[in-house]
Design a protein around this ligand. Sequence first.
Ligand SMILES: NC(=O)c1ccc[n+]([C@@H]2O[C@H](COP(=O)([O-])OP(=O)(O)OC[C@H]3O[C@@H](n4cnc5c(N)ncnc54)[C@H](O)[C@@H]3O)[C@@H](O)[C@H]2O)c1
Length: 380
Amino acid sequence: MATRVALIGANGHGRWHRRRIAELSGVKLVGLADVQPIDPAPDAPAFSDHRELLETTRPDVVVICTPPHTHLPIALDAIEAGCDLLLEKPPVTSVAAHETLLAALDEAGRSCQVGFQALGSMAWARFRDALSPKTSGLSAVASWKRDDSYYARSPWAGRRVVDGRPVVDGVLVNPLAHAVMQALAAGTAAGAGRPRQLQVERYRVRDIEVEDTAFARITFESGLPLLIAVTLAGEDFIAGEIEARGPDGTAVLEYPTDRLSLPGSGPPNPGSPASGPPGSGMVEVPGRTDLLSDLLRHRAESTPLLAPLAATADFTAVLEALTLPDAPEPHRIKSYVDGPNRTIPGINALLRRAAAELRLPSELGVPWATTPYRRRLPVH
Ligand SMILES: NC(=O)c1ccc[n+]([C@@H]2O[C@H](COP(=O)([O-])OP(=O)(O)OC[C@H]3O[C@@H](n4cnc5c(N)ncnc54)[C@H](O)[C@@H]3O)[C@@H](O)[C@H]2O)c1
């Protein structure tokens, strides 16, 4: 019998989920819910209230792809209705909400996969397996460009709080959330324990409430440092690179493209189009398990989930730290190049240098640098 799947939040990224559900065999889309008119037109019963959808269509699995500040109440309603969840990232916006959701899942015997899809790649599995307690430093670098239309896309774009609830659309925990999640998971895979200390400098070139550029140093229990350097005001595009330094060299994972370079391993097919530029050693490692398929398999065969809610605890602890009352507002950078995309001159070199030296702009003598915000991350 087909698994009954419903989608809550059908526009925006929900359209990608609609296409994915339509492609999967053994799945029936039983309903869509959105508070706005659904575009393209619904191909299943549509509802403007998710509770009505749950009651009327009785889904087995619900995909939740609404703005972050709405995730918790919708997820709790879906669990109460007996559903397993594919919940988009960021799953929740506080450690308390994370624990509330975990407890509700536990009590109801339900499962929740979180939409960190890069955790389902073969490239990630190989990168992770190459890490060890000898890993001495981690970094994550990404340089993206976002124009005015990006910040006009949704009522929650660029916002810190919506309807009195944190939505936190900053670069660290939304557009480049995958970089942060992947790098935190790398620390765990290296046996470094939990992240304990956060030092973060957040910047913006736009009139937004959150950061579009950020540098964060996270120190794990073992002392392993992770430097995250990301921007939406970048020069040349850097898709997203996680680097791990070890005694034998550096492993690099470009997580959006599943390209990988491991120390001591040249490209298996140096002439193949999937290989990176000569000398880069980057090779595409094909193969991704889709998170909804993985959830369906988990339901059928009790296999472990690729991105279970519990595995996102450290990500949520970092996110929450940015919402606390003593967390400073992102510092405004006045010197940027204007245009459809605002660009910070020299930003790519700075991202690379920060990652290489595991240091923050304030420690690198950058003239516009601000004082880092320091926070001990909660033990949970
Ligand atoms: N995994 C990824 O790579 C990825 C990519 C993009 C977005 N996302 C995540 O997906 C989620 C949605 O992002 P988006 O960019 O599609 O946002 P969006 O604002 O474009 O779309 C969200 C949709 O949810 C609807 N909605 C809002 N409140 C609702 C409610 N209470 N009930 C039903 N529908 C409601 C809105 O009307 C809208 O159609 C966010 O958590 C975002 O971070 C994940």
